[in-house]
Ligand binder design. Sequence first.
Ligand code: SF4
Length: 515
Amino acid sequence: MGEGVPMDGEPARAAQESGAPSGATLDKRDVLSGLRCHQKLWFEFHEAYAPELVPDAEAEMRFAEGHLVGARARLAMGDGVHLAPGREVAQIEVVKRTAEAMERGERLLFEPGFTAAGASVRADIMARDGDAWVMTEVKSSKWPEKDRDREKKVALHLTDIAVQRWVAGEAKVPIARANLMYLNPECRHPDLSNLFTSVDVTARTAPVVLALPAAVRTMHAMLRDAEPPKVSVGDQCTDPDECPFHARCHDTLPDHHVSELYYAKKQARTLAAEGKTMISDLSASDAPNAPAKRQVRAVTTGTRIVEPGLANALTAIARPIAYLDFETVQLAVPRWPGCGPQAMVTVQFSVHREGFADDTTRQYLARRGSDPRPQLITELIDACAGAACVVVYYEAFEKARIRELADWFPEHASALMDISDRIVDLLPIVRDHVYDPEFHGSFSLKKVLPALVDLDYSDLVIQDGGAATAGIYRLLFDQGLDADAQAALRTDLLAYCHRDTEAMVKLVAKLKELM
Ligand code: SF4
């Protein structure tokens, strides 16, 4: 699963002997970091214990699912020799085992390791093909349905397998073909026999491989410097994901810097290059959309802007109201009938009921051991019964989850789609009518709430959706969690989801005051 190579004695990797200019061996993740940003690689290499590099709960969840995908991939390939069962096996030992297995004439290797040219890698799977080998890199992401998205996906992972192909080649192991293996979007639980689909990327890795020797030599030379290289922030900070050092490199920007301009990343860079570095330097014509223009007005005048259309927009919220919020778990390997790989499954909801004879809060949170969806659906339909409207914050999410539940359980489709039809989205009501300078260019509930209402998430153990998803994953699947820890986690998850709907109740009340 593209695991990094454990390096003995981290973080003092510069002390290792490799014959490379930095005196160290770079693993695949190092090389990928260096290709993205030299400063990122320098931080990771010289500050391996930096707090930014401690995996959070979401990362742990992805690792756990990644390990499951790896195990499934090995199962799908058949009987092979697993050369590094567990991350604790040192690279030098894996390289030795790999050479011995090849010498013995083994035909299928799992996690073979190679070290050459100042770099170390472990391939996921290698199968003998005559005198050469077919190398396969297993990804725990889903193979996209559209051609355009497939191109992007392969481009994202090409360097990954190219680095491995290059190091294997440098170690004198001939690679006949290179494949990327993805989760097959057509697979449905319980039949996991078609969980994977492969793409041959041999030809496309060739030019990437050619560029690697010089690039890796430059990385080694850069790592000899005692100070990190100066690199300007840019697209590499968020593409393909947010760099762990994002805050370190960006927090130097002052409040209301032009980079906060709503939905205008590219324009913000152009404006900054023109010397307009603060939103207060802008005029309305510099802002590319209506909320951004409102943002410019609010920041330059230092006041909250409320548009006259707010009262009319709020008429869509008719009583009695069910304020609804979902939490989900996303599983690379499907666990429940009908689910495909990486399906986002709703396993928790909170409903605040307002304007009913019984203004109660209804909550559901899955329990481990069985498919939670049938019970969730029954309780959800009951919680929303009689509501003239169902208020959510960002309807695309809740509507998509309801559609999926209806597809999985067609016997409830009519009642579920009736809930969907009654949804009123609070997000565009705020976005199109209100701007407070404290939004800082974001209409997420976490930003809007403290700016408008005296309520936030700081008193909760779980404070954001990512932590909630990771918490649900642990609650349902972490076998090491004892009963007390499960009970505590359950309480924290219920409190978080409850806060999301409580937030919407208070937000609507505040918006009515602002009319
Ligand atoms: S935040 Fe950007 S500039 Fe800073 S280390 Fe990461 S990628 Fe490099």
